[in-house]
Design a protein around this ligand. Sequence first.
Ligand SMILES: Nc1ncnc2c1ncn2[C@@H]1O[C@H](COP(=O)(O)OP(=O)(O)OP(=O)(O)O)[C@@H](O)[C@H]1O
Length: 278
Amino acid sequence: MSDQFTDVEADVPPSFQIVDARVAYDGVSVLDGVNVGVPAGQTMAVLGPNGSGKSTLMRAMLGIVPLTSGQVLVHGAPLRRFRAWHRIGYVPQRITAGGAVPATVREIVASGQVASRRRLSLSTRADRTAVDEALETVDLADRGRDSVRELSGGQQQRVLIARALAGRPDTFVMDEPMAGVDAENQRALARTIARLRERGSTVVLVLHELGPLEDVIERAVVLESGRVAHDGAAPEPTGECARPGHEHQHPHPDPNAPESVDTTTASEMIRLEVPGRD
Ligand SMILES: Nc1ncnc2c1ncn2[C@@H]1O[C@H](COP(=O)(O)OP(=O)(O)OP(=O)(O)O)[C@@H](O)[C@H]1O
């Protein structure tokens, strides 16, 4: 059996165990028998061309999309029986939309604690400290009182990560955290993810390319047409992506494009998405 299915400490189950997972949309296969085990504490990237199933895999791991067949275990429990959602920090793909959320950075970050709080209970001092720490971790401690609308796209992405951090999870699932983020913010994100790794957190993230995360990523899984085409060390860019000016289709804003707080960016909305519970 591949060592991806074993944990260094035998009594610690893998953070995720994906067994022969299949997903189809309207009868069209999108994940076609994926087997991936993510040991606790590992930093793993999921790479692959557009439409290869990366986002679908993230969503299937959290029960947001149902499997057609196969199984996902989260911290050793089948998804339908998993209850410890406070352990999971999900950073969804940033979306743009008309309209705006009139919320401060701090309010958005604190909203990440709702799942771990008792219903209707007020935030405790520990909660507020966790929000402070989350903002520090993403280097936004001085922006807590600002409206998220005043932030650039890359800074908003860091707010989403801080929001996940505020619930004090030990396991992160991030869907293209680098998309649409300028070089400086990419480096800040890489520092954040390195800090999570040092803390022993599990981090699974979808990336288009490794970029500044190259030194942080321990393992890369490459999907092609819904199947695992590579699982191991981060692959060197080959083929299209290796050519200067390659024509890889980025459905999201170009990460290398300069950021500006224009009207589009200012109206970007942060989606508050909670993983399905079943
Ligand atoms: N809700 C949906 N309904 C129908 N088809 C979908 C849905 N979501 C994704 N798909 C299709 O499933 C395939 C895989 O999509 P997915 O978003 O998982 O790929 P991806 O590798 O994350 O792509 P990208 O790099 O472009 O974000 C694509 O062909 C996509 O069009």
